[in-house]
Design a protein around this ligand. Structure first.
Ligand code: DGP
Length: 114
């Protein structure tokens, strides 16, 4: 997608603090962190919302979660704990139209979220 900022980050056309990358996913620091650690894990392929996932995307979605778990261990917050969130559409709070997994850590997170 030509105007998608996350596609541009995935293609290294926009700067981001990249923490992990493979052929299918990339993880980088959120530009507007809501916790001491706030990462985004995204598929490199453009998928606009969670509603656009299709049969066959199961492994890709699993890879996002496995990447989050790997980073949690590598960055040292796995044991203390963290939260994974994926927002979908306006009521879900989505503002960037390329699916992404938020990984929040580094403080005690309240529940329920606002
Ligand atoms: P959401 O509201 O769930 O769509 O989350 C979008 C997140 O993306 C939000 O926490 C801020 C982050 N974000 C928006 N633009 C950029 C950017 O250009 N670079 C980075 N690293 N993060 C961005």
């Amino acid at each position: 997608m030509q105007d998608c900022i996350f596609c541009k980050i995935a293609k290294h056309e926009l700067p981001a603090k990249i923490l992990y990358e493979d052929d299918q996913v990339i993880a980088f620091n959120d530009i507007d962190p809501k916790a001491p650690t706030h990462l985004l894990v995204i598929p490199k392929r453009h998928i606009t919302t969670l509603n656009d996932l299709e049969e066959g995307d199961e492994a890709l979605v699993g890879r996002l979660q496995v990447t989050a778990a790997k980073l949690a261990k590598e960055l040292g917050f796995a044991e203390a704990g963290y939260r994974v969130v994926m927002n979908c559409n306006e009521d879900g709070g989505q503002t960037v139209w390329h699916i992404h997994m938020h990984v929040l850590a580094g403080r005690s997170l309240t529940w329920p979220p606002g």
